[in-house]
Design a protein around this ligand. Structure first.
Ligand code: 13P
Length: 251
């Protein structure tokens, strides 16, 4: 009953022309897909053009970040309302690269998540442990504090606009996917945390995506896990063929 989400995070790749070309190539390849939500996340400057290009298709557009204020003297920031205005339905928040390189914290992730929901966007909220944290057996405590902090104060009804992405940092861009069992174990843990903090019905309904070296040849095994409800794909989302193969995992 949880409709899977397959989202492509293009990170800092592709010009305007390349972005539009990629979705135009993708559209026919996924046109017949059933029972899956397909999302692509281009760079800010390509959002509007990609949104125009996907009109009438089953592809949705996400931004890769947002600010938490709607307007003001905040040079360089982009408001959730402006993302909607540019045609986005989703926004990725708290990606590990933002946490690692741009000082994102659970507090800022929480502010951004609330602002995104208030603006009517779907928030894809990212969590995940580093290799050092996994090796020192802190995975569960790290995930616990990231989930609690990032989702603090959300109301039950907010969760219709929340998707969680579990992306172990050691699996991102390394070709080292978490095993199906390793991913499933953390997904179950996240669902239990959500159940404890927000109730069983919220936990049963919330989609939890896995991210970290998802490829056409490992997506089926991951998606067969009962608590994995989709994928957040980096590298393999930059080519229409490989992303389409992932997005049609259930065909
Ligand atoms: P890769 O699929 O390239 O490992 O990236 C995962 C990711 O960070 C998606 O947000």
């Amino acid at each position: 009953m949880r409709i899977p989400v397959i989202a492509g995070n293009w990170k800092l790749f592709k010009t305007l022309a390349e972005s539009v070309a990629l979705v135009n190539e993708l559209k026919p390849l996924v046109a017949n897909s059933q029972g899956v939500e397909i999302v692509v996340a281009p760079v800010f400057t390509a959002l509007s053009r990609v949104s125009d290009a996907i009109k009438g298709s089953n592809i949705r557009v996400a931004a890769q970040d947002c600010y938490w204020e709607e307007e003001g003297a905040f040079t360089g920031e982009v408001a959730p309302g402006l993302l909607k205005d540019a045609g986005c339905s989703h926004v990725i928040i708290g990606h590990s690269e933002r946490r690692q390189y741009f000082g994102e914290t659970d507090l800022t992730v929480n502010k951004k998540t609330r602002a995104a929901i208030a603006a009517g966007l779907n928030a894809i909220v990212c969590v995940g442990e580093t290799l050092a944290e996994r090796e020192s057996e802190q995975t569960f405590s790290v995930i616990d504090s990231q989930i609690s902090g990032s989702l603090a104060g959300l109301a039950t009804e907010d969760f219709s606009r929340v998707v969680i992405a579990y992306e172990p940092v050691w699996a991102i861009g390394t070709g080292k996917t978490a095993s199906d069992a390793q991913a499933q174990e953390v997904h179950v843990f996240i669902r239990q945390l959500i159940s404890r903090q927000f109730g069983q019905s919220v936990a049963d309904a919330v989609r939890i995506l896995y991210g970290g070296s998802v490829k056409p040849d490992n997506v089926k095994g991951l998606m067969a896990q009962p608590d994995i409800d989709g994928a957040l794909v980096g590298g393999a989302s930059l080519k229409a063929e490989s992303f389409a193969a992932i997005a049609t995992f259930n065909a």
